[in-house]
Design a protein around this ligand. Structure first.
Ligand code: 5GP
Ligand code: MN
Length: 323
């Protein structure tokens, strides 16, 4: 057994009140992993509080256990676990607002800074949910049907429906086991990935109407005014980036989402073999080789110019090296 898992087990044994937190603006892997670990630790007799700084988006409220998620830390906490976060700031909480130092860090981002006492970080894992599935047996945690449904949601969403290059035969074997344990794949796929509201379709329309393309680069923006105009309450791109990245010839796709208070959320997607994580890191963000993001201070036009210019640079240097 790997030493981190032995340490993980020891820390769990000594803990009674556990707080678990995943990243801000949570996606299906953050939420699914958070609920799955919380439910299985509760079943093992622990007092567990699952926390998300931004709460649970409507899309994921169907998940069993989603209603237990809080937005603040409990008073009592003798173990802090952070999931799916490359650094502590990603939790959406300031370091000084955390109830204690991070005890356990479980993540699959290559940009992870190993900020925990115990760090279970595997950049080859397709999702944090995959790591948690592997940890269940050595940690002695049960995967019941509710846990299975949450883990499968993490896998389905982070692989965009098993379309990313990190989907291995092992991932699909885990999927098969989760289905056997009671996770409804078709329902998860439909609710967590496919289904859109009319509002989201209209919001996409705003971004699609301004679509730009220049060689292998495809980008667009979503403004505060767009959100007000269509009545979209989120601060994100409603997954428009994943639609843009299906455009033929798009080597790199970028989306700019204007935020209140003078910032822009930028998301990048790149084709297999083109690593854009360092670029996101250079702008203060992080992520995976093919999917990365950053929150950048500045107005929409100025941030767009800077980011497109830097992204063009990456594409140009890549085409030179492959020549
Ligand atoms: P998205 O662009 O869809 O929000 O995120 C794509 C990937 O980049 C995710 O794996 C996410 O964890 C990472 N990411 C997005 N925004 C940030 C950010 O502001 N900071 C860091 N460290 N990672 C980010
Ligand atoms: Mn993830």
């Amino acid at each position: 057994m790997k030493s981190e898992i032995i340490e993980f087990r020891k820390l769990l044994e000594g803990a009674t009140n556990i707080a678990i937190v995943a990243h801000e603006r949570p996606d299906g892997d953050a939420i699914g992993s958070l609920i799955a670990l919380s439910l299985s630790l509760q079943k093992a007799g622990k007092q567990v509080t699952p926390i998300l700084a931004d709460g649970v988006p409507t899309r994921f409220q169907f998940l069993p256990g989603a209603d237990e998620i809080k937005r603040t830390f409990p008073i009592e906490c003798n173990l802090l676990i952070v999931l799916d976060c490359s650094d502590v700031v990603r939790t959406g909480f300031k370091v000084e607002d955390l109830p204690r130092g991070v005890d356990i860090n479980v993540d699959h981002h290559p940009t992870n800074t190993h900020y925990g006492i115990v760090n279970v970080v595997d950049a080859y894992a397709s999702a944090t949910a995959e790591i948690l599935f592997d940890l269940a047996e050595p940690l002695g945690l049960e995967i019941d049907s509710r846990v299975a449904m949450n883990l499968l949601t993490g896998l389905v969403t982070d692989t965009i429906g098993f379309r990313t290059t990190n989907v291995t035969p092992k991932v699909l074997q885990i999927v098969a086991q989760l289905i056997e344990l009671g996770a409804p794949l078709a329902e998860i796929y439909e609710r967590a990935l496919n289904r859109r509201s009319v509002t989201v379709a209209r919001y996409w329309g705003c971004g699609l109407s301004r679509l730009e393309q220049e060689d292998g680069l495809v980008w667009t923006s979503l403004t505060l005014e767009d959100r007000q105009h269509v009545g979209y309450s989120g601060k994100d791109d409603a997954d428009l980036i994943n639609l843009l990245s299906t455009i033929d010839g798009a080597e790199v796709t970028v989306i700019f989402v204007e935020q209140p208070e003078g910032a822009v959320k930028v998301s990048w997607r790149s084709r297999a073999g083109l690593n854009i994580a360092p670029l996101a890191e250079a702008f203060g963000g992080g992520g995976h080789h093919q999917a990365a993001g950053a929150m950048i201070v500045g107005d929409l036009e100025e941030v767009t110019k800077r980011v497109i210019s830097a992204t063009r640079g990456i594409l140009e240097s890549e085409s030179e090296t492959s020549r």
